[in-house]
Design a protein around this ligand. Structure first.
Ligand code: UGA
Length: 505
């Protein structure tokens, strides 16, 4: 828990780059009583912020920005000259290229702009996640820039962020640890400044080398990604042997060495951080001759999960998704964000359309849905979840928004041509869905509902099959489509739905 320390002078902070990381850092440091100037090259973004409009959805952020602007602790500008007034300058610009690789062009040009403007007693703090090989060059680059400008040395530190989209404000204000990495800080004044900045935090402040700080950030994300892929591999074993991954993980989680967090199986991880950091680590290590087979497998398992969603839908639809109308529930990479970066929905919808399905997507974030339509040629978007479900042959839950968890499943089944649900986030109640008449599949929890293969079907292993000539239980059993013909959904479907008019291509 952090607290505003009364009587202590505030630190003057500039934050360069007002994306997810920079804007949260700006608003939260202002909330802690510091004087913050947020600087951003995009004048459109600055205009929006000055106008009170948020550039993205992050719960609690708009309120924090507004409150701190009102009391004058937070201002925004496109003019980098503001940097010269700051005691601490944070850099929070993007460092990945959007295609699974690192890029340092943005941070280099940002350093060009800001380093010659830093006051002699200011500290430069990198908040962006940096490629490990760039770290060694960082103090040299900054030192050279200062020298060329005829200026003295400045401390250079790393202060990686561990916030999650959707809970970033709370994660910042109540951190589990604060990591300070020292890249260049001859007299220790840089670290002292940062300790003063974070004086209100009750979390431990860990000081280490810049390399250790960068690797502790990378390591945390690699471990989280590994946990998710581990859970997904475990879920496959559960499906194979007729187990239930919820029970299995639930029992494992009692072991304090394991814990239960980030072991939710499904279609895998997306977003701007975990997928890129795994693939960038594998690629960068390979370039220096270092194999990282575990991380390569983490990435491979993750991508496989997206394909398994297609397989599950095809299985329940009788072998193929071609010609089927599929309601895609959720497009953002997780709930409580409008972020579509590396969202599994993009891969899944694209592949379904390639396979001949009609995909009708809905997400509570209207602006994300609009961008999704531009990213996935041929997808249709619906203005409500009900419209997406109308006449669908199957539904695919991709993002576990609360609005989907709370749906009236009897009503949903009655709207659909066939009541089939593949729950890509293991977020729905099996019992509730099956009771509502759904054939329901998730990941590691078997196939339930209108199928003649019970989830606890006796396992026929490959070895036993070889011995007995029986089929193995590898494949997802296809349900008999005729079992749902003439269902309430069929009656509901009579006539053309005028709600279709609300669909946009
Ligand atoms: C991640 C880390 O969790 C943060 O600690 C880190 O600071 C941040 O990256 C970053 O480097 O900036 P974020 O990308 O916001 O945060 O999202 P996560 O909550 O980690 O979720 C990532 C993905 O994993 C989502 O698609 C989510 O649905 C999926 N996930 C999560 C699972 O599939 N299973 C789980 O058990 C948990």
């Amino acid at each position: 828990m952090c607290a505003f320390v009364k009587g202590e002078p505030s630190v003057r902070v500039s934050v360069v780059g007002l994306g997810y990381v920079g804007l949260v850092t700006s608003a939260c440091l202002a909330e802690q009583g510091h004087d913050v100037v947020g600087i951003e090259v995009s004048s459109a973004r600055i205009e929006a912020l000055l106008d009170g409009r948020m550039p993205f959805h992050e719960p609690g952020l708009a309120e924090l920005v507004q409150a701190n602007r009102e009391v004058g602790r937070l201002t925004f500008t496109a003019d980098p000259a503001a940097i010269s007034q700051a005691d601490v300058v944070f850099v929070a610009v993007g460092t990945h290229d959007g295609n699974g690789g690192w890029q340092t062009r943005t941070i280099q040009s940002c350093l060009n702009d800001i380093v010659p403007r830093l006051a002699d007693d200011a500290a430069l703090v990198i908040r962006s996640t940096l490629p490990p090989w760039f770290l060694a060059h960082l103090p040299i680059i900054v030192g050279r820039m200062r020298q060329e400008a005829g200026l003295g040395e400045v401390p250079v530190l790393l202060n990686p962020e561990f916030t999650k989209e959707g809970t970033a404000v709370q994660d910042f204000l109540e951190p589990e640890r604060v990591v300070l990495g020292i890249a260049h800080d001859v007299d220790g004044r840089g670290a002292a400044r940062l300790r003063r900045l974070y004086r209100g935090m009750s979390a431990p402040i860990l000081e280490m080398s810049a390399t250790d700080a960068a690797l502790s950030k990378l390591g945390a994300n690699l471990f989280l990604a590994t946990k998710i892929s581990f859970a997904n591999e475990l879920a496959q074993l559960c499906d194979q042997y007729g187990g239930n991954v919820d029970q299995v993980v639930g029992a494992m989680a009692y072991d304090h060495r394991i814990g239960g967090a980030f072991l939710r199986a499904g279609i895998g991880f997306g977003g701007s951080c975990l997928p890129h950091q795994v693939t960038m680590t594998v690629a960068t290590a390979a370039k220096s001759g270092l194999p990282t087979p575990l991380f390569a497998a983490v990435a491979e398992v993750n991508l496989r999960q997206r394909e398994r969603m297609i397989d599950r839908l095809a299985g329940l639809l009788g072998g193929s998704v071609a010609g089927a109308r599929i309601a895609l529930l959720g497009v953002t990479f997780k709930p409580d964000t409008d972020d579509l970066r590396d969202a599994p929905s993009i891969h899944i919808a694209t592949r379904l359309i390639e396979e001949g399905a009609t995909v009708v997507a809905f997400d509570p974030m209207t602006n994300a849905l609009e961008r999704f339509a531009a990213l996935v040629p041929g997808v249709r978007v619906a203005s409500s979840v009900e419209i997406a479900l109308d006449d669908a042959d199957a539904a695919a839950l991709v993002t576990e928004w609360g609005v989907f968890r709370q749906l009236d499943w009897v009503d949903a089944a009655s709207r659909m041509r066939r009541a089939i649900m593949v729950d890509g986030r293991n977020a729905l109640s099996v019992v509730e869905l099956v009771d509502a008449g759904f054939a329901y599949a998730s990941f590691g929890r078997g196939i339930r509902g209108q199928t003649d293969v019970p989830v606890t079907a006796p396992l026929v292993t490959a070895v036993e099959a070889e011995a007995t000539g029986a089929p193995t239980s590898h494949e997802t059993p296809a349900i008999d489509a005729s079992a749902t013909e003439g269902s309430p959904s069929e009656r509901h479907r009579s006539g053309t739905s005028d709600l279709d008019l609300a669909l946009t291509d």
